[in-house]
Every structure is written in structure tokens, then in C-alpha cells.
Write a protein that binds this ligand. Structure first.
Ligand SMILES: Nc1nc2c(ncn2[C@@H]2O[C@H](COP(=O)(O)OP(=O)(O)OP(=O)(O)O)[C@@H](O)[C@H]2O)c(=O)[nH]1
Ligand SMILES: [Mg+2]
Length: 384
């Protein structure tokens, strides 16, 4: 019930306890759920010897780790600079007082110079973003030129996305270096129901997302969610009103970023924490709202097979095709290119021809078809 201490946010006694805790545990950073003023971060760092950040800064750090596209990176930088700008004066003043974790490298700056620099950087980023947005309308096509169906895991933070990712990637397919470098660090090639898929773990939804971070979140999510299927993970062990609210936010966000035409399967996760009766009750009240629900436990691997079947069943729009091409100088690089980017089922050679059977998503198969024809080959059995 006390008002926050202007120097540390928490009282001085607690700060001493915190410093002790940092020493005992070897903690590298302190994270506050409440917003911290620069002076408070500064004072806490001084008393404890480690950097103190708040929720906003933590979220930024998570986004920075996850973003791979230029747009997402710029959006994050923008949010960061705006945040800096609001705190510029105080931060520069504090930085001049001495080197503390989180306040380094600012010492030489005069307030006005710093302020102007940040403002100019914001302007530059805004212009870059405008350019990207203009282009993006044209660039809505795939970011990765791959023939495997892509599945993106989405959902609130802590829902179990990464656990489900782990459960589904147990039979990970090793990929060669060329493909590996085009995949993001959170994407794996997996195989089930005799098909290969690319599975991507994505950044989690966060409650009370600061307004200035909404754009950064969207563009970070956008880049990963353009998939052939969204696997939406919901923690159903939470009270039903919380589950419903979070589910609604997820569906709305998917709609808002223009991904509503992508099929969704909902993993109603953490059922191991519920009784049979509770599971039934929750599944019943969610079945109208959650697209294609499957109750799961990522942790105890319950219903993972059922989930895989449903995924394979939903992703039926791949094409299987066979073609024959003459073995010219261009044919071999083309075949190895295809081998890395689609599910090649069979290759046979005769003295002057190659016969290939592969599976891929429709747009990719079309691309292969025209290339085969360019190379003087013939495509057969092109069927969905
Ligand atoms: N009981 C139970 N716990 C689970 C299950 N799945 C995940 N968890 C736990 O829930 C916590 C969060 O799981 P993660 O897989 O890291 O969740 P996430 O959605 O990837 O979270 P972010 O990456 O932060 O967005 C961990 O402690 C998991 O062990 C489950 O099926 N049952
Ligand atoms: Mg995760």
C-alpha cells in the first residue's frame, strides 16, 4: 500500500535484500514488472551491481531475438528509440555521473546532441518503413522459396508452443547446409504421415503489451505466420474465461495481420492438469470458438499422433508429380536444387534421362513444372 520509492521503486530495505539475492544466486539481471524510471534503474544497478530493466525492455529483448525480417527489425528499433527519447534527458544526465550497467557509452553525449540524434534516427527509420510498406503489397509472396508445406505455431506466451514444437520435432529430418542457411533458427524440417513439413515456433502473444510495441509485435509475428497452416496453442488449464479471452485475442490478431485465410488447428494444451470431466467441459465450451480443436499435452505427449493426423489431413493441398528431363548441363543443378526444396520421392536415371517424382505445395509445383518445360522435359501425373 506504500507509494513507490522515487529512488528505487521498492524501499531501501528491499534493495539491500535484492542485492544480497543477486550475490547469492549469481543473477545477471533484475527484471521489474512495473515500469522503471531511468533514475530507478540507475540506482538499482548501483546498489546491486547488475542491470535492472522493466517489462517493456524485456519484451523488446525477446522481440529482438525473434525478428529476422528488415521490417520487424526496424519496427523494434523504432519502438526502442521512442522509448529512449522519452527518457533521453534523464538518461544522459545519469550516464554522466558514472558507469553503471545499462548506462554505458552515453557519457560523452550532451543532452541536446543525444536528443537530436535519436530524433533523426527515428525519422530515418520511419522513411525506410514507408518504403518497405509500399513494396510489401507486391511482396506478399513466400519469403522462403521452398516446396514443403509450412506450419507455424502461434499462441500466448507460456501456452506450450515450444514444448509442442519439441514434441513434434522428435523425428526431425536432417537437412543439408544449403537449406539450413535459408531456414530461420526456429524452423525445422519434420516428417509425419509420410510427408515432410516445415515447422516454425513463433513469438508469443503477451498481455498488457505496451502500445508502442504493437507494431513491432505484429511485424515479428507476420513474418513467421505466413504459412500453409497455423497451429494455435491454447493453455486450457487456465480458467475458462481466461482461455476464451486469450483465444479471441489470438484469432483477432491473426485476422488483423491478414492471415485469416490460412487454416487453423487449435491445440487445447495442458490437459494433463485437468480431470476427465474438466476436459470434457472445456472442450465442449470451446468447440464452437476454437477452429479444429485437438486436446493435447505437449509435456506428456498426449494426443500428439492425433494432432499429426489432423495436420496431415488439413494440409492436403500438395501436389504429387513426376517428370522426365534430358540430362543436359543444366539438369543436374536443377535436380539438386529441387532435392533441397521439396520432398523428392524417387529419382531414376537412364543413359540420357532423369525421372523424378516429388511432392510440393501447389505454387511451388507450378514453378517446377515451368522449369522442367524450359529444360526440355515433360511433366506427368500432375495431380492434387
Ligand atoms: N502441465 C503441462 N505443462 C506444460 C505443457 N506444455 C507446456 N507446459 C509448460 O508450460 C511452460 C511454458 O511452455 P513453453 O513451451 O515454453 O511455452 P511457449 O508457448 O513456448 O512460451 P513462450 O515461448 O514464452 O511464448 C513450461 O513450463 C512447460 O513445461 C503441458 O502439456 N502440460
Ligand atoms: Mg516458446
Amino acid at each position: 500500500m506504500r507509494s513507490p520509492d522515487p529512488r528505487y521503486q521498492i524501499g531501501y530495505g528491499k534493495i539491500r535484500e535484492l542485492a544480497e539475492l543477486v550475490r547469492e544466486t549469481g543473477a545477471e539481471k533484475i527484471i521489474f514488472d512495473n515500469p522503471l524510471k531511468p533514475v530507478q534503474s540507475y540506482n538499482i544497478a548501483k546498489e546491486t551491481g547488475v542491470e535492472a530493466i522493466d517489462r517493456f525492455q524485456l519484451i523488446l529483448e525477446i522481440f529482438v531475438k525473434r525478428a529476422t525480417t528488415t521490417e520487424a527489425k526496424l519496427q523494434i528499433q523504432l519502438a526502442k528509440l521512442k522509448y529512449e527519447l522519452a527518457r533521453a534527458k534523464e538518461k544522459v544526465r545519469l550516464a554522466k555521473m558514472g558507469e553503471q550497467p545499462g548506462f554505458m557509452g552515453l557519457g560523452a553525449y550532451e543532452v541536446d546532441v543525444y536528443y537530436e540524434t535519436v530524433k533523426r534516427q527515428i525519422q530515418t527509420i520511419n522513411e525506410k518503413l514507408k518504403k518497405i510498406r509500399r513494396k510489401r503489397v507486391l511482396h506478399r509472396e513466400r519469403r522462403t522459396e521452398l516446396g514443403f508445406p509450412m506450419i507455424s505455431l502461434a499462441g500466448y506466451t507460456n501456452a506450450g508452443k515450444s514444448s509442442l514444437f519439441a514434441a513434434l520435432t522428435e523425428e526431425e529430418v536432417p537437412v543439408d547446409d544449403a537449406l539450413f542457411t535459408t531456414l530461420s533458427t526456429t524452423t525445422r524440417l519434420v516428417k509425419f504421415a509420410k510427408k515432410k513439413f516445415l515447422l516454425t515456433d513463433t513469438v508469443g502473444f503477451i498481455d498488457r503489451l505496451p502500445l508502442t510495441l504493437i507494431e513491432a509485435f505484429r511485424s515479428t509475428l507476420e513474418e513467421t505466420i505466413y504459412a500453409d497452416l497455423i497451429l494455435l496453442v491454447v493453455d486450457v488449464s487456465e480458467p475458462i474465461n481466461v482461455v476464451e479471452r486469450k483465444l479471441a485475442v489470438c484469432l483477432e490478431t491473426i485476422h488483423n495481420i491478414g492471415a485469416s485465410s490460412i487454416p487453423i488447428i487449435t491445440a487445447l494444451n495442458k490437459i494433463d492438469l485437468l480431470t476427465e470431466a474438466e476436459i470434457k467441459q472445456k472442450v465442449d465450451s470451446l468447440k464452437e470458438k476454437a477452429p479444429k480443436p485437438v486436446p493435447t499435452s505437449a509435456l506428456y505427449k498426449i494426443n500428439i499422433e492425433q494432432l499429426k493426423e489432423k495436420i496431415a489431413d488439413t494440409l492436403r493441398n500438395y501436389v504429387q508429380a513426376s517428370f522426365s528431363i534430358p540430362l543436359t548441363n543444366e539438369a543436374m543443378p536443377f535436380i539438386s536444387w529441387l532435392f533441397n526444396r521439396a520432398d523428392v520421392k524417387e529419382i531414376k536415371y537412364s543413359s540420357n534421362m532423369a525421372y523424378v517424382t516429388f511432392e510440393a505445395v501447389p505454387w511451388f509445383a507450378e514453378k517446377v513444372k515451368s522449369r522442367v518445360e524450359e529444360l526440355g522435359g515433360k511433366i506427368e501425373n500432375f495431380r492434387q
